[in-house]
Ligand binder design. Structure first.
Ligand SMILES: Nc1ncnc2c1ncn2[C@@H]1O[C@H](COP(=O)(O)OP(=O)(O)O)[C@@H](O)[C@H]1O
Ligand SMILES: [Mg+2]
Length: 196
């Protein structure tokens, strides 16, 4: 493993059920295969420990994001590849974290609300529409989409592997990851006249 690897925080933001956890797991696997040290901070898990007891008011949601950002920064500056998947609905809190972490890559996991609700991975949308959950993002609480994300995934139109590939390619483009030999050869083949 290289010793001068630069850490980064890959931050997935999007509605519940948009695909943050699904894509982040694929990217995590890919990073580990490339020998990176990876830590994942998933909103659902963070809320059972680091942010235990916090609710879903704007203040608590912002506190949750700033705590995740604080830990992400500590890890990032120590060369770790950090993956955060958290709804992170408020732009200002995300931007605050982004300002603090130089090596920050923002991924908007975009999926129309209707599709997220149709997927209803955790059965929460039904409850939210039935009024059994207050302050549910996208239904009865705001989601402010990022204005200039580094990557946009359209998970209603892509397979999870395709979405993950877009993320990995962006990390390569920024120089955080080296393209693999097979990727370089693949690109060469695609652009080379020899292949025609
Ligand atoms: N391109 C895609 N990326 C991610 N998830 C997808 C995609 N296409 C379909 N899905 C499905 O959408 C659901 C997303 O759920 P999940 O990853 O738990 O969302 P979140 O973590 O954002 O709440 C999964 O059932 C997944 O299989
Ligand atoms: Mg999730």
């Amino acid at each position: 493993m290289e010793h001068n690897e630069r850490g980064f925080t890959l931050w997935f933001t999007g509605l519940s059920g948009s695909g943050k956890t699904t894509v982040s797991e694929i990217v995590e696997r890919e990073l580990r295969e490339r020998g990176r040290r990876v830590e994942v901070l998933d909103g659902d898990i963070v809320r059972t420990n680091l942010s235990k007891g916090l609710g879903f008011s704007k203040e608590d949601r912002d506190t949750n994001i700033l705590r995740i950002g604080f830990v992400a920064e500590l890890l990032t500056r120590n060369g770790v590849s950090v993956i955060v998947s958290a709804i992170s609905p408020y732009k200002e809190a995300r931007d605050q974290v982004r300002r603090r972490i130089i090596d920050f890559v923002e991924v908007h996991v975009h999926c129309p609300l209707e599709v997220c609700a149709e997927r209803d991975v955790k059965g929460l949308y039904k409850k939210a529409f039935d009024g059994e959950i207050e302050r549910f993002t996208g239904v009865s609480d705001p989601y402010e989409p990022p204005e200039a994300p580094d990557v946009v995934l359209d998970t209603d139109q892509e397979e999870p592997e395709e979405s993950a590939r877009k993320v990995v390619e962006k990390l390569e483009f920024f120089g955080y990851l080296q393209p693999t030999v097979s990727e370089v050869r693949e690109r060469h083949r695609a652009t080379s006249n020899l292949s025609q």
